[in-house]
Ligand binder design. Structure first.
Ligand code: HEM
Length: 464
């Protein structure tokens, strides 16, 4: 099968894309392994690619059409059943999944939770997680470590601390395992649906929610009931804020079940995505030592040996550019999909009601029509953000359903990355580069193994 040129030695890892349309059975096999491999190479050179595998589908890599689907005509492009099937048993009709009026009131009730002020207030929790991550890396200095695991630990600490303040009989490890297993199993099943596989294609049995998942829901419900009775002390966490939240229009508040589904949504949607952003950022900095030295110089100049705080975020523009570029090359939500509700035309192509419309951000972010040298790691692209076409760069989606946690995630990623880069030097390990694999999120298969050494303050002087 002819493929995109093998990844060049001077470019960060990527998946060779296919140059011939796959047959349906082959597609299904590939989709189970790595959904990225379904994206044809031509998607990097065309604004739209259409086909039929059971249902008619279109992959859209065109900023104007993205604006139409996500913003101007959002009502005509509801989230596809696939997304809902995967997540509903775990997170119910929560913010992420609901449509229409049920989505609208939850979004209004949850919006204040993610206000700039509340996010800043959660900064100390992020700094504490950064500190603990640095202590773990300190113990690993001089050796190699899987930075993906380290970042998953750090972001899970943050999300469990900000959702349920850590305690309350909440077994972090058990919840984490339940979510991971659930996603790994369910995503595999539902990829068959993305392709609209006809009914004759055998599907593994639909999974019923596991005992672990039920246990997790029980734990969350109990924590919510306890908190209702007790109220909160100190800085309010996300649960306190959600408990206080009400729809400004109707005054409606969330029931225990709705609160729990939304808390679990924040946990599922928020922790792995941010961990991936950090792991890919660290891989890219190890890939390009000169950019790493720039990042370290900035972080050391601003932090002077301290752990980064929310107040530092605005003073770390280059760290932010590295994160933006990592989100371009390896968007954790690498593809979202919608179902067309009405007839439409996208890039001159006929769209019929029921067609699946995929937005493969991975291909959009690497389109030769939109980016110079698209596979190269160049944080300077983001030096002038106004120069970036808003609908050509969509790591958090856009329009009314844009990620509600985007500022939270960016603040957390900047705090953790700046702290780690100021204290350690990261290097690639020959033969251990990660491979990008898309199964619900874009993960580095095999982890991100990097060599870790303590970075002396002298590094700042060298790179300044
Ligand atoms: C780097 C980290 C993150 C990335 C890349 C990311 C990406 C996304 C994307 C692309 C969407 C839109 C999906 C679609 O349109 O189909 C989304 C929605 C959402 N995200 Fe995030 N996310 C991140 C972090 C977070 C965090 C930290 C939270 C919460 C604490 C969160 C909660 C949500 C929720 C609730 C939605 C649904 C919003 C709605 O439909 O109204 N995300 N995210």
């Amino acid at each position: 099968m002819p493929r995109d040129a093998a990844p060049a030695a001077d470019l960060p890892v990527r998946v060779p894309l296919v140059r011939e349309p796959w047959g349906i059975l082959r597609s299904l096999e590939v989709a189970r392994r790595n959904l990225l491999e379904l994206i044809p190479e031509v998607a990097l050179r065309q604004p739209i690619v259409s086909g039929r595998t059971g249902v008619r589908w279109h992959m859209v890599m065109d900023p104007e059409s993205n604006r139409r689907i996500l913003k101007d005509r959002v009502e005509d492009y509801p989230k596809s059943e696939v997304t809902k099937n995967i997540l509903k048993p775990a997170i119910g009709e929560s913010l992420f999944i609901a449509e229409g009026a049920h989505w609208h009131w939850q979004r209004r009730a949850a919006a204040p939770v993610f206000s700039a002020r509340n996010i800043r207030n959660l900064g100390p929790i992020m700094s504490a997680a950064a500190d603990r991550a640095a202590a773990r890396l300190e113990a690993a200095a001089g050796r190699a470590a899987n930075l993906l695991d380290e970042m998953v630990t750090a972001t899970f600490e943050v999300i469990s601390d900000v959702t349920l303040s850590g305690g309350e009989g909440f077994d972090r490890a058990a919840v984490h395992r339940a979510i991971d297993n659930y996603i790994a199993q369910t995503a595999k099943v539902s990829l068959l649906d993305i392709l609209g596989a006809p009914a004759w294609v055998p599907r593994p049995l639909r999974l019923v929610s596991s005992a672990a998942m039920r246990e997790m829901k029980r734990t969350a419900d109990a924590a919510i009931d306890r908190r209702r009775g007790r109220g909160h002390a100190g800085v309010p966490d996300l649960l306190d804020l959600l408990l206080e939240g009400e729809d400004p229009k109707t005054g409606r508040r969330m029931t225990t079940e709705e609160l729990r589904d939304n808390l679990l949504t924040f946990i599922v949607a928020g922790h792995e995505t941010t961990a991936l952003t950090l792991a890919w950022s660290l891989y890219l900095l190890a890939f390009d030592p000169a950019q790493q030295a720039r990042a370290r110089a900035e972080a050391q100049r601003v932090l002077r040996g301290r752990t980064a705080t929310a107040a530092d975020v605005g003073h770390l523009p280059f760290i932010r550019q590295v994160i933006d570029e990592a989100l371009r090359l390896y968007p954790p939500a690498a593809m979202v999909s919608r179902t067309a509700r009405v007839a439409d035309t996208l890039c001159g192509r006929e769209v019929r009601p029921g067609d699946t419309v995929m937005l493969p951000f991975y291909a959009l972010h690497r389109s030769y029509l939109l980016w110079d040298d698209p596979h190269a790691f160049r944080p300077d692209r983001f030096a002038d953000r106004a120069a970036i076409d808003r609908f050509a760069y969509l790591p958090f989606g856009d329009g009314p359903r844009v990620c509600i946690g985007a500022s939270f995630a960016i603040q957390e990623a900047v705090i953790i990355l700046a702290t780690l880069v100021s204290r350690f030097r990261f290097s690639r390990i020959p033969g251990k580069d990660p491979r990008p694999v898309l199964i619900l999120t874009l993960r580095p298969e095999g982890g991100v193994w990097l060599g870790i050494e303590r970075a002396g303050p002298a590094d700042a002087a060298c790179a300044a």
